[in-house]
Design a protein around this ligand. Structure first.
Ligand code: DON
Length: 309
């Protein structure tokens, strides 16, 4: 069964890879830190993982890159698994309609961010996880190592340092929410944890496999349960509605899957009950999503017919 599934998808990935070459170099890599600005926008990799962890891909699917906001999915899952419903008293689950680093809604919404995938919301989730574990970034790294079966997966210290050096806006978000009592970890500690999380390096293969628990309705790679079936549905739903910044409507329209992007150029996506995907190409559109990445996922669901709709 697994074998025939694999054989049926690899030609699809090869076809997508050929078609996507026409988009090579479109978009611009994130340039707010030198480590991301220096990456060649022509690079491309894509991986599909089956429910049993079998993974295969095309292009640079085994090349590590800066995962950035893709990790917000995993910190949300870890925090939700420990805290349950109370988490949602500190962060909402509505699309923001604003850029991911926007401050504008926070004041009139009393320091409660719209969702866990904008920076303000991710800072709240990291705060909750740090309170619960004493080591938010270490918990995330351990989880990703276990789920991807890659013991070398780690954060890049240079990227984390660079994020810190350019972290004024995230510091402003954190201090502002602390003024409402919605952040309790000391802000410098929280920022350190958040920037380490953004600086995790992983490949398409690592991320596609590590996302598997969301396609298995909450079940981890070792068969234990991280999330209830309902919580796994919730995380997938928030990915669908808020996972691609203020372009989530367009992503849902084109791709029709729960997805989460990062400014490093990666996007993860979930076909519940079937498989998980990760695509990476660093050229971003004006809303921060990978141009070739969205196009590749659009082609995948169009060719295969696999979508939640
Ligand atoms: O927090 C930041 O500004 C960067 N590390 C960007 C992370 C990202 O991918 C966009 N986030 N929602």
């Amino acid at each position: 069964m697994a074998q025939s599934f694999q054989q049926s998808f690899l030609p699809v990935l090869e076809r997508i890879s050929e078609e996507i070459e026409a988009l090579a170099g479109r978009g611009r890599p994130a340039d707010y830190i030198p480590a991301l600005a220096a990456v060649d926008p022509n690079r491309f990799g894509m991986a599909v993982a089956e429910l049993d962890g079998t993974v295969y891909g095309v292009g640079e699917w085994q090349q590590p890159f800066s995962t950035q906001s893709v990790t917000k999915v995993f910190t949300l899952a870890l925090a939700l698994s420990r805290e349950g419903e109370e988490l949602w008293e500190h962060v909402g689950r509505e699309p923001s309609g604003n850029p991911f680093n926007s401050l504008v809604q926070l004041e009139y919404e009393h320091g409660i961010p719209r969702n866990p995938f904008i920076n303000a919301g991710a800072l709240v989730v990291t705060d909750r996880l740090h309170r619960l574990t004493g080591d938010a970034s270490g918990s995330l790294r351990d989880f990703l190592r276990a789920e991807s079966a890659n013991p070398d997966l780690d954060f890049d210290r240079d990227v984390a340092a660079s994020e810190t050096a350019h972290g004024d806006r995230n510091a402003a978000l954190a201090h502002f929410m602390a003024s409402y009592g919605n952040i309790t970890t000391p802000v410098p500690t929280l920022l350190r944890e958040y920037f380490r999380q953004c600086a995790i390096e992983a490949s398409c293969a690592d991320l596609a496999v590590a996302t598997g628990f969301l396609a298995r309705h909450g079940i981890r790679a070792d068969g234990s349960r991280l999330l209830t079936r309902s919580q796994a549905k919730q995380v997938n739903a928030v990915m669908m509605t808020c996972g691609t910044y203020d372009a989530a409507g367009d992503f849902a329209y084109r791709v029709g899957l729960p997805g989460k992007s990062g400014v490093g150029g990666a996007i993860i996506a979930v076909v519940p009950g079937r498989c998980t995907l990760c695509v990476w190409s660093p050229g971003l559109d004006d809303r921060g999503n990978s141009v070739a990445g969205v196009a590749a996922l659009d082609r995948f669901t169009t060719i295969t017919g696999l979508s939640v709709f």
